[in-house]
Design a protein around this ligand. Structure first.
Ligand SMILES: Cc1cc2nc3c(=O)[nH]c(=O)nc-3n(C[C@H](O)[C@H](O)[C@H](O)COP(=O)(O)OP(=O)(O)OC[C@H]3O[C@@H](n4cnc5c(N)ncnc54)[C@H](O)[C@@H]3O)c2cc1C
Length: 499
């Protein structure tokens, strides 16, 4: 027997939890189905070796790449989704990111809505996530209709010095907008929060803020350890049933409305594997765009160090510079964003670089660690598919020359600011942290999966609010834009329900 409910939300990460908070006051009976469990606290939660070397929290799952090689992805299945591991950076896309922008590697297309359409929802998302920041520091900061709820998180001593060095070197460092209670985080252990799981609620992540808010209402419930396997359509093409497996038992729900938020890769996978006689290429796929235009940012970790100067920071991650965001490349093309990583430890460095422990410790005690990020452009052949039940992620990196130019410029800045040694290493497909684009939104159903309010063009009661709707990746972290869009779509659904 399938139970009848009003709304099923699939996934409790950034998109799913945020729309749950937005819909909670509607009085509708809402069930959130989450594949993973709540993350329990454990000694591994603050153990660098367990996290970065042993892959303790990584899923027991292998995907294949375009050439058929297997890999274990850093894609996390738990209540709160990937935000449980996130760096808590909540940046807005810049106004120009909503327009057509020429890059070294091609064109970043215009969004179907403008920055002004999303701005009120960015503001609400920053209020929801209680973000700490300063909208006056970064010259590329887009227009804000209000202030950040809190002043920026303080730089640690070495980072305060770094800020001064960077200014001297001619760039404009500014505070990262963050959602984290640093005092509460450090009470549990002296580690950074970036890429560490939040098991005590110190980060402002999807579980601690919007999900907690949604679950405070009696009409919202969360079912964990539920992997949704298929969406079933009726004769009108509406989603009539959601089938899932909970701890080995097959179950189903009959909702009036479905909100899919399983993450950009798994939402595409679910639609593809729900193919039926009426929809042989998968649901929502009359455009043949489901799973295409996969993007993931081009990112490199750069360690800048002076052999005789220590970096005593614990968390480090409080500043960025955007001096090369819109210009600075060959022909003055845009390059991207440069922001601090969480402090890299000797064991992380040894695990990632293969350096012997003593060398890795020496370098990590002295390095300032950076995350250099540039835009990955949409390409219909960059694609998620399902092969014999296994996920195939054929990521076609784009705009690589732009990324190399950004890494080169950033290294020059680091040397000029007093760090003679710089080491770098690019992230690859095993780190799909900023996955997006696989179910993009747009007005034309021939070319887009979702309409302007993220409703599937092909199914009137199916919405998608995770990173898959993003038509471009820009060169900033995606979570705030996902949350803002989820609030915008939630408001639209609430209005539709009231009407
Ligand atoms: C280490 C790390 C650091 C990051 N740092 C930042 C940062 O500082 N700032 C930033 O903006 N972004 C950051 N990100 C990216 C950010 O976390 C993601 O962009 C964001 O979480 C994506 O939101 P989402 O709703 O698309 O998916 P997710 O948040 O991943 O949520 C998807 C949810 O769906 C569930 N699910 C999947 N399949 C199914 C299924 N079949 N049935 C039921 N449930 C399912 C998953 O378990 C998960 O809970 C980081 C990511 C990582 C991994």
């Amino acid at each position: 027997m399938s139970e009848e409910v009003d709304i099923v939300i699939i996934g409790s990460g950034m998109g799913g939890a945020t729309i749950a908070a937005s819909l909670a006051d509607s009085g509708q009976r809402i069930v959130i189905l989450e594949r993973g469990d709540r993350l329990a606290d454990s000694k591994e939660a603050r153990d660098h070796v367990a996290i970065f070397q042993d892959g303790y929290f990584r899923p027991q799952e292998t995907w294949i790449d375009g050439e058929g090689n297997s890999f274990n992805p850093g894609n996390y299945y738990n209540v709160g989704g990937n935000t449980k591991f996130y760096g808590s950076v909540l940046l807005r896309y810049r106004e120009r990111d909503f327009e057509k922008v020429e890059h070294l590697g091609g064109t970043s297309p215009a969004w179907p809505i403008s920055y002004d359409d999303l701005e009120p929802w960015y503001q609400k998302a920053e209020e929801l996530f209680d973000v700490s920041g300063d909208e006056t520091q970064d010259p590329t900061e887009p227009r804000h209709s209000g202030k950040y709820p809190n002043t920026p998180i303080e730089d640690e001593h070495s980072i305060r010095e770094l800020r001064a060095r960077l200014k001297k070197a001619g760039v404009s460092p500014s505070s990262l907008p963050l959602s984290v209670d640093v005092k509460a985080w450090l009470e549990r252990g002296n580690t950074p929060w970036d890429a560490f799981p939040d098991t005590t609620g110190a980060k402002g992540d999807a579980e601690t803020i919007p999900l907690a808010k949604a679950l405070s209402r009696d009409n919202v419930s969360l079912e964990t350890n539920c992997c949704v396997d298929a969406l079933i359509t009726d004769d009108q093409g509406d989603i009539s049933e959601v089938r899932y497996t909970q701890k080995g038992t097959s179950k189903s729900l009959k909702p009036k409305l479905v909100v899919l938020a399983a993450g950009a890769i798994n939402s595409a996978v679910l639609l593809l594997q729900s193919a039926n006689e009426a929809y042989p290429n998968g649901l929502a796929n009359s455009s043949d765009m489901v799973g295409r235009n996969f993007m993931n940012h081009n990112c490199t970790a750069v360690l800048a160090l002076h052999p005789f100067r220590k970096n005593n920071s614990v968390y480090q991650k409080t500043l960025l510079f955007n001096d090369f965001y819109f210009s600075g490349g060959p022909e003055n093309m845009p390059l991207g964003n440069v922001q601090l990583l969480g402090k890299v430890s000797g064991s992380i460095l040894a695990a990632q670089s293969g350096l012997p422990s003593f060398m890795a410790n020496y370098a990590a005690n002295r390095s300032v660690d950076w995350y250099v990020m540039s835009e990955d452009l949409p390409d219909r052949d960059s694609r998620v598919t399902v092969e014999k039940g296994q996920i195939r992620l054929d990521w076609k990196r784009s705009n690589w020359a732009c990324h190399l130019a950004l890494v080169k410029r950033a290294k020059r800045v680091f040397r000029k600011s007093g760090f003679p040694l710089v080491l770098s290493r690019a992230f690859d497909r095993r780190t799909p942290s900023h996955q997006c684009g696989t179910l993009r939104f747009g007005a034309d159903p021939k070319d887009n999966v979702l309409d302007l309010y993220c409703r599937a063009h092909d199914h009137s009661n199916l919405y998608v609010v995770d990173a898959s709707f993003l038509p471009t990746s820009a060169a900033v972290n995606p979570a705030l834009t996902i949350a803002a869009q989820a609030l915008r779509v939630g408001d639209h659904i609430n209005q539709t329900l009231r009407a």
